[in-house]
Design a protein around this ligand. Sequence first.
Ligand code: ZN
Length: 299
Amino acid sequence: MMDYLVRAISDKINVIGLASVTTCLVDEARRLHGTSPTASAALGRALTGGLLMGALLKRGQRVALKFEGQGPLKKIIVEADNDGTARGFVAAPEVEVPFKDEKLNVSGALGNKGLLTVIKDLGLKEPYQGVVKFLTGEIAEDIAYYFAESEQIPSAMGLGVFVDSAGRVSAAGGFLIQSLPPTEERTLNRIIENIHQIPPVTELLRQGKMPEDILAMIFSGMTYHFLGKRDLYLRCTCHREQIEKVLISLGLAELQSVIDEQGQTDVTCEFCRTRYHFNKEELEELRREITSGGELSGG
Ligand SMILES: [Zn+2]
């Protein structure tokens, strides 16, 4: 089964709904980063939330989410774009905390106090940035709170990741509902009521429900139509030239000490764990770029 996202809009009022299944990409992230069950749930929720937010952007735009909590997991960073790809990592993937109410305790790992920073690259000169305090540290509520506080868009979000007894992710997905002006109070209340009545996302997915079914339940009692569907992937944007720039940004003295003390170096991408190796000749080439004022020597 493929991961995908669907978008729908209600006919009478301006309520947009998005729902997704992300089981494959969240399990891929789990394998890539070797995350504990709770860290898998935290990263999976953030990736799914990021992809739902990315689907609201225009082509070429990107969104980055940074959750910094006081818990042992410390930090989750996720980036997503409009074409359905995301990447992310947690600062302490091995961290595990006891269950809470027989469930994975994401806020216990991340912390129920902390900051969510949302950075949107909309292709303008300066990226847009909004910061809110955690509402719960459970990810979905925090993103909904960000929308309400920073963008003044009433939103509801549900995110879920189910980790099986072997530690694998066997269900992941979520939904995002946004009310755009003009708001029709009565219909909006109906949607909120519907959301409160539906079971958790992971339960729905494990029952075999698809994103279309989830939106049908949320829009129950009103007419709506689907706007589109897109596949979702875990994909990193890193490449060797980018890593070279990072090494160059260390500066001459620092790079020289790497050459003198190590003779070579490996740089690992935090998002995808790809290791980039640089031998002595390659490091010396980068050093030459610094001394020539950042211009390529042309050989
Ligand atoms: Zn990467």
